[in-house]
Design a protein around this ligand. Structure first.
Ligand code: AG3
Length: 289
């Protein structure tokens, strides 16, 4: 794995040799799980760094720049989200943000790799207490399922108000989570009124994957939105795709509920600024079928 000892740096290499790096003090943990190679580093300025198969998942300092933006826009656009499904997100950051919403009665997190949950619990200050309660089955409003999100969604009898996909990139093992078949299952398992959100990769470096996923979502959901946000640790801007079922307006969020959340990165008062996209990408998205 690309641990550049000379520079004491960890660098994630994106396509075409574009790198995102952190100065690191040491590698704290390394394991080959059943699904991927997991590493945890201590960085110089951003706390601990979680890496899966050579790709940055999060740094402790600034992880909210991703988790807040993945979770709150859809939660605040839904009038009263009670049942939430998180696919992936084994570090617990996404579920932590979901549970900040008092309307939530039950949230289910389906993570394929138990190793990610365990390592995050042991090494990361992201959602330690929540992960402990989940592992022990003691979290009253949430449950952890270790399993494959694709199979889970296909088979479950449950219905959800919000489905959040916090996966690895739209290339490699998580590719199925960006397929039309999967979107169809998600659409079916949403309540009459529901929202689906997925992280969708680097706007500049995975543009084709973003456009393809957007096209496939358009074939399934009643309305589809794209937005981007600068996430600390990823090759920014980072893309997100939202699919809507039924009567929901993703352009509007509930500001009175937002006030209580006391957010740091995502600003519900200027929700519309999320939708900015480089012009050529917007054109590609609009032309996609
Ligand atoms: N979810 C992964 C986002 C993808 C990062 N990709 C990359 N660095 N190439 C992050 C998990 C955080 N809960």
């Amino acid at each position: 794995m690309p641990f550049n000892r000379e520079d004491n740096a960890f660098i994630e290499w994106y396509p075409r040799g574009y790198g995102v790096g952190f100065k690191v003090r040491r590698r704290l943990f390394e394991i080959q799980t059943d699904y991927q190679r997991l590493e945890i580093y201590e960085t110089e300025g951003f706390g601990k760094l979680l890496v899966l198969d050579g790709t940055v998942q999060l740094v402790e300092v600034g992880e909210e720049s991703y988790h807040e933006v993945l979770v709150h826009p859809v939660m605040l656009a839904h009038p009263s989200p009670k049942r939430v499904l998180v696919i992936g997100g084994g570090d617990g950051g996404t579920l932590r943000e979901v549970l900040r919403h008092e309307t939530v009665e039950k949230a289910t997190m389906v993570e394929i790799d138990e190793g990610v949950v365990e390592a995050s619990y042991l090494y990361l200050d992201v959602a330690k207490d929540l992960l402990e309660r989940l592992i022990k089955g003691e979290e009253p409003r949430a449950e952890l399922v270790i399993g494959d999100g694709v199979g889970y969604l296909r088979e479950t009898d449950e219905r959800f108000d919000v489905i959040i996909v916090d996966s690895t990139d739209p290339v490699g093992p998580a590719k199925l989570l960006f397929s039309e078949d999967f979107y169809r299952d998600a659409y079916e398992k949403l309540n009459e009124r529901g929202l689906y959100i997925t992280q969708a990769g680097s706007v500049y470096l995975f543009t084709n994957e973003l456009v393809d996923a957007y096209g496939a979502m358009k074939r399934v959901f009643d309305r589809v939105y794209y937005f981007s946000f600068p996430v600390i640790g990823y090759a920014s801007p980072w893309g997100f795709l939202v699919g809507v079922k039924g009567d929901v307006d993703f352009c509007k969020v509930d500001l009175s509920r937002a006030e209580k959340l006391d957010l740091y990165y995502y600003d519900p008062r200027s929700h519309e600024t999320l939708f900015q996209m480089p012009r050529y990408v917007r054109k590609l998205l609009e032309e996609s079928t």
